[in-house]
Design a protein around this ligand. Structure first.
Ligand code: ADP
Ligand code: ZN
Length: 221
């Protein structure tokens, strides 16, 4: 069996993290841990916690650090992640979160999926998503039948935080809080950048190559 990995994927909203992380998780046979998906699931469940998460998300604001950190710490403590590793998507998003992850995670490699801002703005405005399984579509690549998910039959809608105001707010927060993580991981010698433009298959191939090259260079002799 292929060895597991412990990867963090960074990238702006709309860079394609979600799509690529699903594929990487399948390739390396490790869990895909998306904090955004975890909070959306909580919001759907309608609990008081989920309700608070929904308010932050719809405004495009970040969930408070301590909440996110607690959730991820618990998740990484499960059997599957301890045995095989993980693909982290949407965490860490602040330097404080990264410092905490260092204590309980132990990251092998961080991939920055790079896409210019003009492109992500276009992608986000046209993004549509299945409410049930999270599969992404777009205005130019809709499901086969009438906004019904090809994968699971769920309803395909525009995310509440994909409105213009929330998108701009999320991109501002990205520059302010998340972009500093790139230099933080670079200093630790853990960062590689992968070009996120092009067909998802091409981007996927680039990401696998980046991990494999990195491993070849860092393998203990
Ligand atoms: P995007 O990257 O497109 O904004 P995600 O699906 O990754 O979307 O996350 C959706 C929302 O969930 C974020 O806007 C934020 O409110 C919350 N969230 C997800 N991950 C974190 C995190 N690590 N720290 C704080 N908030 C988070
Ligand atoms: Zn679906």
């Amino acid at each position: 069996m292929i060895p597991g990995v412990r990867l963090v994927i960074l990238g702006k909203q709309g860079a394609g993290k979600g799509t690529q992380c699903v594929r990487l998780a399948r390739h390396y046979v490790v869990p895909h841990i998306s904090t955004g998906d975890m909070f959306r699931a909580a919001a759907k469940s309608g609990t008081p916690f989920g309700e608070r998460a929904r308010q932050f998300m719809e405004a495009g604001e970040l969930i408070p650090d301590e909440v996110v950190i607690g959730l991820v710490r618990e998740r990484l403590d499960q059997r599957d992640t301890r045995d095989r590793g993980y693909i982290l998507d949407g965490f860490p998003r602040t330097v404080h979160q990264a410092e905490e992850l260092d204590k309980f995670g132990g990251v092998e490699l961080v991939i920055d999926l790079e896409v210019p801002t003009e492109v992500v703005l276009e992608r986000l405005a046209s993004r549509r998503v299945c409410v049930d399984c999270g599969t992404n579509y777009s205005l130019s690549g809709p499901p086969r039948v009438d906004w019904i998910c090809d994968v699971c039959g769920g309803e395909v809608i525009q995310r509440k935080d994909d409105t213009e105001d929330a998108i701009l707010r999320r991109l501002d927060l990205y520059e302010e809080q998340t972009a500093p993580l790139i230099s933080w991981y670079l200093q630790k010698g853990l960062l590689v950048t992968v070009d996120g433009l092009g067909h998802p298959d091409q981007v996927h191939a680039r990401m696998i190559r980046a991990v494999d090259h990195w491993r070849a260079r860092h393998q203990p002799q």
